[in-house]
Design a protein around this ligand. Structure first.
Ligand SMILES: *Cc1c(COP(=O)(O)O)cnc(C)c1O
Length: 237
């Protein structure tokens, strides 16, 4: 049976609304991002037709070939690890980079934005659980570098992002989401201004993330179905 993307989106929206009701939040305060990595342009079009406008990609090369094949009203954000030599392309392709994980990378993005005469919203990716297999700032380091990051003239830090460890019991990762929210509060103290975005929650754990304050959930599998397997493995996912 082909995947019914519109039906999946309807289910996810209902579950987002239920989690928001639980937490006393307005469902409009949570953006549903469709994570379209490894998915073809036809799937992006189907999600657009079902009302999604925000799409996440994890590799610059894939985005570079896919984005021109998708309807122009799609909005794209980078959610995967970014290498310095891809910053120029990334600045041209994406409206936001969620995966900034070092000052050096931020400085390179700032430089490319300057050349392109652009300002770029970013999120700082935090490896809250300290998993060796994942990218992202250590919590102490994001606090140490935050002041300097926030002064880069071409970048606007909008908040934090995290990928929680996988658990068959999503409740177990609640402390990770809570920690990211607390870290945001500490960054806000340093900045002396609010940081609107907390990007947290994926297919397996988005309801818990919403209860803990997520403003953007990044959903791939629950929305598009399983990612095409061989491609995913070849990319070292
Ligand atoms: C792949 C990916 C997702 C989506 O994961 P699902 O479990 O398929 O929903 C979310 N965030 C990031 C950073 C990813 O790389």
């Amino acid at each position: 049976m082909p995947v019914d993307i519109a039906a999946n989106i309807a289910v996810i929206r209902e579950r987002i609304a239920a989690a928001c009701a639980c937490a006393g939040r307005d469902p409009a305060s949570v953006t549903l991002m469709a994570v379209s990595k490894f998915q073809p342009p036809e799937s992006v079009s189907a999600a657009l037709d079902a009302g999604i406008t925000c799409f996440g990609e994890s590799r610059v090369q894939e985005a570079k070939t896919k984005i021109p094949l998708c309807p122009g009203r799609a909005r794209w954000q980078m959610i995967g690890h970014l290498q310095s030599n891809k910053c120029r392309d990334a600045v041209a392709l994406f409206g936001m980079i969620q995966s900034v994980d070092s000052l050096a990378l931020a400085q390179e993005l700032n430089k490319q934005c300057e050349k392109a005469a652009k300002t770029l919203p970013i999120l700082l990716e935090v490896n809250v659980a300290g998993e060796a297999s994942k990218f992202g700032y250590a919590p102490a380091r994001v606090l140490a570098e935050f002041a300097e990051l926030s002064r880069l003239p071409r970048l606007e830090v909008h908040g934090l992002m995290t990928i929680a460890p996988y658990s068959p019991v999503p409740e177990r990762v609640r402390p990770v989401f809570r920690r990211l929210r607390d870290l945001r509060a500490e960054c806000e103290q340093i900045l002396g201004a609010p940081l609107p975005q907390l990007s947290m929650g994926m297919s397996g754990d988005y309801e818990i993330a919403i209860e803990e304050g997520s403003t953007l959930v990044r959903i791939g599998t629950a929305l598009f179905g399983e990612r095409p397997k061989r491609t995913a493995e070849a990319a070292g996912e």
